[in-house]
Ligand binder design. Structure first.
Ligand code: UDP
Length: 486
């Protein structure tokens, strides 16, 4: 009888923070289940992870089970990559031709380790599926977004065919457009559609990139989603079984990992959030936790627009006025290379003074810890999927200002479907910001929103406990990886 190889998974994220974050968590979950993992980054992000996190000591608990590898993203070392990648979304480069040869070489040069038995690649890096198949290796696509967004991408060709996309000139942005299976009569309006649906030509490269990657991802034998079965049922039932027979919903992944860390140490270990949850490409500034310690209960608005969004100077000024005028203290993340720095001339002195008085500004925050801090009462967010799930689990209501890609849909889900926050959409003038902050932090709407936060948060937290859907799906994934079938 042929001997079965020990499972060895190669995990390959898209080179951006929100993707690396989730997939590194999956890597740790697999190591906790005694599965060998090779984690593959671009050279640039590999260096940043080593520089800003103590990833090696974190995985030292799993001797022989975890290995870091890196390949080129095709650009020279000194090429600017403020968010971890070499391009902007309007010019998605050809990752396939640049990275496939190195990936092939990596799979070929497996001499010092057991052979890779499964490739778990980012669902927008589907060239890795083709490469793995050349070697007869099993593949799983990992989509790091919500299911509603993923399903909307599957619907794109029909929306194009039916003339819904491109949007007509002067289209009513409040009209519902996503009239496709699973979204009939649904609450997604034009303004809630993914940002790149709003294009002039259907030949737009970003649109084409996402259409192609979505359909190619179905070539994998299974799909992983960082979501909760009971929260996204209508969309999951469209994807399963038509596009994927086997879907493992494992969300919220960060919460599943925290639970499994506790379970595998019988609760003896105090989770060291500082060293264990920092997957960042930026240096974490923990001084904000001391500042939060000095603030009253649930009084602080935490403000972060994630790892990619860039603010204009006038947006920054409007946000700052709105926050200062709301009267609440705020913690603002000013990523280096990201938001407008605000240090230039032409910011009125009265505003600077207000920010000095009420605000704490850091370059990169320990977000999960910040959201769990007793002083934080609300989260002004760009509605990235990670941030949305982290806020939900922490029980913090959101004020959503979606920036791009999936965020327009996420903010609609938060504001209208789950009702765990408010959706400002594209508005960020000072009076709207002030009103939304007041509403969520202490206004008449807070009570109602907090009821939903507790209810929806409970569904998410149950999913990652023993017998919960994500917990059980993770066990099934481990078994399937060990038996070699997905
Ligand atoms: N994050 C962090 N510190 C910060 C800002 C963000 O640790 O100061 C983390 C956050 O916890 C989340 C990720 O960066 O896990 C951002 O991912 P998200 O999907 O929310 O947005 P993206 O960066 O992909 O736009």
């Amino acid at each position: 009888m042929e001997e079965k190889s020990a499972p060895h998974v190669l995990i390959f994220p898209f080179p951006a923070q929100g993707h690396i974050n989730q997939m590194l968590k999956l890597a740790e979950l697999l190591c906790l289940s005694s599965i060998q993992v090779t984690f593959l980054n671009t050279h640039h992000n590999h260096k940043r992870l080593l520089q800003f996190t103590d990833i090696r000591s974190r995985f030292a608990r799993f001797p022989g089970l975890f290995r870091l590898e890196s390949i080129s993203d095709g650009a020279p070392d000194d090429h600017p990559r403020p968010s971890g990648f070499t391009f902007d979304f309007s010019k998605l480069f050809n990752m396939n031709s640049i990275m496939s040869p190195d990936l092939r070489n990596l799979l070929l040069s497996n001499t010092n380790t057991t052979p890779v038995t499964c490739v778990i690649c980012d669902g927008i890096m589907t060239f890795a599926i083709d490469v793995a198949k050349e070697f007869g290796i099993q593949t799983i696509a990992f989509r790091t977004t919500s299911t509603s967004y993923f399903w909307a991408l599957f619907c794109l060709p029909k929306l194009i065919q039916s003339g819904h996309i491109p949007f007509p000139v002067d289209a009513d942005m409040d009209e519902s457009v996503l009239t496709v299976p699973g979204m009939e009569g649904f609450f997604f309006r034009r303004r809630d559609a993914p940002s790149f649906f709003n294009v002039k030509e259907v030949t737009n490269p970003a649109l084409q990139f996402f259409v192609n990657e979505t359909f190619n991802s179905s070539k994998a034998s299974a799909l992983i989603l960082n979501t909760v079965e009971d929260l996204e049922k209508p969309f999951l039932s469209q994807i399963r079984p038509n596009h994927f027979q086997n879907v493992y919903t494992l969300g919220p992944l960060h919460s599943l990992l925290n639970n499994l860390r506790i379970a595998t140490t019988n609760g003896r270990d105090q989770i060291d959030f500082a060293s264990s949850n920092h997957n960042g490409l930026w240096e974490q500034d923990r001084s904000c936790l001391t500042w939060l310690d000095s603030q009253p209960l649930k009084s602080v608005v935490y403000v972060s627009f994630g790892s990619i969004a860039v603010l204009t100077k006038s947006q920054l000024v409007e946000f700052w006025y709105g926050l200062v005028n709301s009267g609440y203290p705020f913690l603002w993340v000013k990523r280096s290379g990201g938001e407008y720095s605000g240090e230039d001339e032409n910011i009125p002195e009265e505003l600077r003074e207000g920010v000095r008085k009420r605000g704490c500004i850091v370059g990169w925050a320990p977000q999960e810890e910040v959201l769990a801090h007793r002083a934080v009462g609300g989260f002004l967010t760009h509605s990235g999927w990670n941030s949305t799930l982290e806020s939900l689990v922490a029980g913090v209501p959101m004020i959503c200002w979606p920036h791009q890609v999936d965020q327009q849909m996420n903010s609609r889900v938060v504001g209208e479907l789950w009702k765990i926050g408010v959706d400002m959409k594209e508005r960020c003038d000072r009076s709207t910001v002030e009103k939304m902050v007041r509403d969520v932090m202490g206004g008449a709407r807070r009570e109602e929103i907090m009821r939903s936060v507790a209810e929806i948060g409970d569904v998410a937290k149950k999913a990652v406990r023993p017998a919960g859907s994500s917990y059980m799906n993770f066990e099934a994934l481990v078994q399937d990886l060990k038996s070699g079938c997905q």
